[in-house]
Design a protein around this ligand. Structure first.
Ligand code: GLN
Length: 204
C-alpha cells in the first residue's frame, strides 16, 4: 500500500491539534511541522491560529520562513487560519511585525473590535457546496484590501474573511473548531491538484 499523503500543521505555537484531527478526518496523514525535515515530508501546510507576533518571530528563529516561501513558490499549497492569514499577508495595518508576506493582501488584526472579541456566524463560501458553513471567529482579522490575483470567497458585514490566491488559502475564522470538514477538504483538494495527474494516478 502506498503511504497516505502527508499534510503539515505548523506547530510552533497555537491551535495545532484540532487541525491535525481535521486532516486525519479527511483521510490524510497529519504531520506537526517544527523542523525543516518535517516540512520536507509534507505536500501542503496549514498555519493555525495563535499569536501572529510570536509565530512570526519563531518562524524566523527556526529558519522556517525562508523554507516555507521556497516551497510555496514551487507550488506547495498553504492555508492560514487567523494568525496564518495575518502572517501570509503582504501588508498588516499599522504593524511591521515579521511575516511571510506571500499573499497580495492587506489585513487588519483584531479587526472586529473588542466588544465582539469572538463570534459565530453562518457563512456562504464561494467554492464550497452543501449550504452555509458555521464559522467561529476569535479576535479575528479581516482583509482590508485584496491585490490582483486574489479571489474573495466569503464576507461578514461586507468584510472579506476568506480568500484564495493560486495555491494559497486564508481564512479569518477557525474551521478546525467545528466538526464540518468541508474547508479542510477544499484545502486537501488543492494539495491533490498541486501534485498533478501523474502523482494522483500513482497514488490510486
Ligand atoms: N489576534 C491574533 C493575532 O493577531 C489572532 C487570533 C487567532 O489566531 N485566533 O495573531
Amino acid at each position: 500500500m502506498l503511504d497516505e499523503m502527508k499534510i503539515g500543521v505548523l506547530a510552533l505555537q497555537g491551535a495545532v491539534e484540532p487541525h491535525m484531527k481535521a486532516i486525519a478526518g479527511c483521510g490524510y496523514e497529519p504531520v506537526a511541522v517544527k523542523t525543516a525535515e518535517r516540512l520536507d515530508q509534507v505536500k501542503g501546510l496549514i498555519i493555525p491560529g495563535g499569536e501572529s507576533t510570536t509565530v512570526g518571530k519563531l518562524l524566523e528563529r527556526f529558519g522556517l520562513d525562508t523554507l516555507i516561501k521556497e516551497r510555496v513558490a514551487v507550488g506547495m499549497p498553504l492555508y492560514g487560519t487567523c494568525t496564518g492569514m495575518i502572517l501570509m499577508a503582504a501588508e498588516i495595518v499599522g504593524s511591521t511585525q515579521h511575516r511571510l508576506g506571500l499573499m497580495a493582501t492587506t489585513v487588519k488584526r483584531n479587526a472586529f473590535g473588542r466588544q465582539v472579541d469572538s463570534f459565530e456566524t453562518d457563512l456562504d463560501i464561494c467554492g464550497i457546496e452543501g449550504g452555509p458553513f458555521r464559522a467561529i471567529f476569535i479576535r479575528a482579522p479581516y482583509f482590508e484590501a485584496l491585490g490582483s490575483g486574489v479571489e474573495a470567497m466569503a464576507e461578514v458585514h461586507g468584510r472579506v474573511v476568506m480568500a484564495r490566491q493560486g495555491n494559497m488559502l486564508a481564512s479569518a475564522f477557525h474551521p478546525e473548531l467545528t466538526d464540518d470538514l468541508r474547508v479542510h477538504r477544499y484545502f486537501a483538494a488543492m494539495v491533490e491538484e498541486s501534485l498533478g495527474e501523474g502523482a494522483k494516478a500513482q497514488r490510486h
